[in-house]
Ligand binder design. Structure first.
Ligand code: C2E
Ligand code: MG
Ligand code: MG
Ligand code: MG
Length: 291
């Protein structure tokens, strides 16, 4: 190895590091400023009840259209927002926006439509989070039963009285809790004890190869059975074909979400979607489409 190639390598590494560091800091500041502007918006991905095969609700997913860099994926900006704490105001904005929009859709002819919003553990650590949620629901005139909060195991579990307290108060309020990306974190079972969730969302990676992969199929069956014995509903995430869907229905999974059913839709496309797809409750009862 020549001296120059070592130096070259080091210089390039160094430059990458500083560029990366620079971009991170730039993006974090820009993200902070983007809150509440039209750079940030929500997409909505419907999820289906596997018994009725009809839409039950949707998950709100953040999108960032940067004025110079174009679309920045949540896979890049959500971790930055978590690391910097910007996820707290960002998540609050998403929650408010999703609740206001959901109230409009429910009033516009889909009274059973439910919304799932992703929240960070950093938001749950704020001692006033449950009050914030109650306030947002009241302002939006949305009943707590229309809202579900999805929590992913993204941060190391810290012992925090605030999280337990918020969970207790959110439950008392009537808001549902879902564990997102279940199976990917090393502390999944601790999570189950700590988050008495109404719903468990099985991560896409376990569903990609079902039903052909017998090991994955066994894991998915086990999670569904475990969820049900804990009194929770179970959703399969990232469903991309009919065979996966049929498998989930066959093993008694409750809900499915994925590109095969619908990609995440912008607000107007979601309104159109709702005008053609009646939202139904679990007993198969249909609500009129009068949007
Ligand atoms: P998630 O909550 O697990 O959301 C599911 C992700 O999988 C979404 O990616 C969705 O677009 C994608 N997806 C859904 N169905 C399929 C499928 O059939 N195939 C494939 N390949 N992908 C599918 P997205 O929108 O990029 O979001 C990534 C993650 O960013 C989310 O994962 C969530 O953890 C986080 N996130 C998004 N919005 C928010 C937010 O408002 N707050 C917080 N804290 N996190 C958010
Ligand atoms: Mg989610
Ligand atoms: Mg997920
Ligand atoms: Mg995820």
């Amino acid at each position: 190895i020549s001296r120059s190639s070592i130096q070259g390598g080091w210089v390039r590494f160094h430059e990458d590091m500083s560029t990366d560091w620079h971009r991170r800091h730039l993006l974090i500041n820009e993200l902070r400023q983007a809150i509440g502007t039209h750079q940030l918006f929500l997409c909505y991905q419907p999820y289906h009840d596997l018994k009725t095969r009809r839409t039950r609700g949707a998950e709100a997913l953040l999108r960032w259209h940067h004025p110079e860099h174009g679309f920045i994926s949540p896979g890049e900006f959500i971790p930055l927002a978590e690391d910097s704490g910007v996820i707290v105001p960002l998540g609050e904005w998403a929650l408010r926006e999703a609740c206001q929009q959901t109230a409009k859709w429910r009033q516009g002819g889909q009274p059973e439509f439910t919304i799932s919003v992703n929240v960070s553990l950093l938001q749950l650590e704020d001692p006033h989070f449950a009050d914030l949620v109650a306030g947002i629901l009241a302002t939006a005139h949305l009943p707590p039963s229309a809202l579900e909060l999805e929590v992913t195991e993204t941060l190391a579990l810290r012992q925090s009285g605030s999280i337990e307290d918020n969970i207790r108060r959110l439950k008392a309020l009537g808001v549902s809790l879902a564990i997102d990306d279940f199976g990917t974190g090393y502390a999944s079972f601790s999570y189950l004890r700590r988050f008495p969730a109404e719903k468990i969302k099985i991560d896409k990676q376990f569903l990609d190869q079902v039903p052909d992969n017998h090991q994955d199929a066994a894991i998915v069956r086990m999670i569904v059975a475990m969820g049900h014995s804990l009194g929770a509903m179970v959703t399969g995430e990232g469903i991309e074909n009919e065979r996966q869907l049929a498998f989930l229905a066959e093993i008694g999974c409750d809900y499915a979400q994925g590109f095969h059913l619908s990609k995440p839709l912008e607000q107007h496309a979601m309104s159109r979607y709702l005008s053609h797809n009646a939202v139904v409750v679990s007993n198969g009862q249909q609500t009129p489409t009068t949007l």
